[in-house]
Design a protein around this ligand. Structure first.
Ligand code: NAP
Length: 242
């Protein structure tokens, strides 16, 4: 079985991506940070549908932890490699910049931007050696257009967009593609504190999106069929102007 890793696969968009990759025949490694029960639930859902995988705990923001977890997996599976990587783990810690604390700034940057770097660097070599790989980064409308109260989050996601475009050019000749999906407002735990009734009036489609709607696009970009698409950022936002 071919192997895929989804960071933050325990909930929300990451879980939907795990399920759809699994349905396409991937053995899916479900990374999570602290929510083991939810990661196990993702794994159980994949198995209910005839798929398989495993859960893997690490904090994407912890460079040593990332190296340890992924080196250990590789040692236990010397003949295999992770050919699909979805960098999905992310957090919000919104505040106007005037009141933003160091912790809010660094935690968000460390998770989305530095986490994407740490995990991708670990898996890149095998993709290049095997001459096939798919990397999909989950960014955000906020990283394209900016949103007040989210300078940390917007900076992190805009950074990942830059990483996506540069890395795509570095590795294209080895059949490794690097793309991003940029969701708008999607109904998950991350947006549970938002006023959907008010915000949906801004969205041309008139509603928040679903994790499945993001996952379908991510899984297409992660497929062999998306071989001539690289360095792209695909907006999935119900028509919000970007
Ligand atoms: P969510 O429901 O809050 O789930 C976040 C996931 O990320 C969880 O699986 C969580 O693991 C994991 N995670 C958080 N910090 C982590 C860390 N340091 N290391 C490893 N895993 C970590 O969020 P979501 O809405 O599905 O968001 C997924 C991605 O989409 C994020 O990158 C987010 O920025 C992006 N996005 C979301 C929206 C939206 O409207 N929802 C819009 C644009 C972009 P635990 O379960 O262990 O905590």
């Amino acid at each position: 079985m071919k192997t895929a890793l989804v960071t933050g696969g325990s909930r929300g968009i990451g879980r939907a991506i795990c399920l759809k990759l699994s349905a396409r025949g991937y053995y899916v490694i479900v990374n999570y940070h602290s929510n083991q029960d939810e990661a196990c639930r993702t794994l159980a859902l994949m198995r209910e549908n005839g798929g398989d995988g495993e859960i893997m705990q690490f904090d994407v923001a912890d460079a040593n932890g990332v190296v340890k977890a992924l080196e250990s997996w590789q040692e236990q599976h010397p003949a295999e490699y992770i050919e699909v990587l979805v960098n999905n783990a992310g957090i919000r810690k919104d505040s106007l910049m005037l009141w933003m604390e160091d912790e809010q700034w660094y935690k968000v940057l460390d998770t989305s931007l530095n986490g994407c770097f740490q995990v991708t660097r670990m898996l890149l070599k095998n993709m290049l050696v095997r001459k096939y790989g798919r990397i999909v980064n989950v960014v955000s409308l906020s990283g394209l257009k900016g949103l007040p109260g989210q300078t940390n989050y917007s900076a992190a996601k805009a950074g990942v967009i830059g990483l996506t475009k540069s890395l795509a050019q570095e590795v294209a000749r080895k059949n490794v593609t690097v793309n991003a999906v940029a969701p708008g407002f999607i109904r998950t735990d991350m947006t549970a504190d938002m006023d959907e009734n008010q915000l949906k009036t801004l969205i041309p489609v008139g509603r928040f999106g679903t994790p499945d709607e993001v996952a379908d696009a991510a899984v297409f970009l992660a497929s062999p069929q998306a071989s001539y698409i690289t360095g792209e950022v695909l907006s999935i936002n119900g028509g919000l102007y970007t």
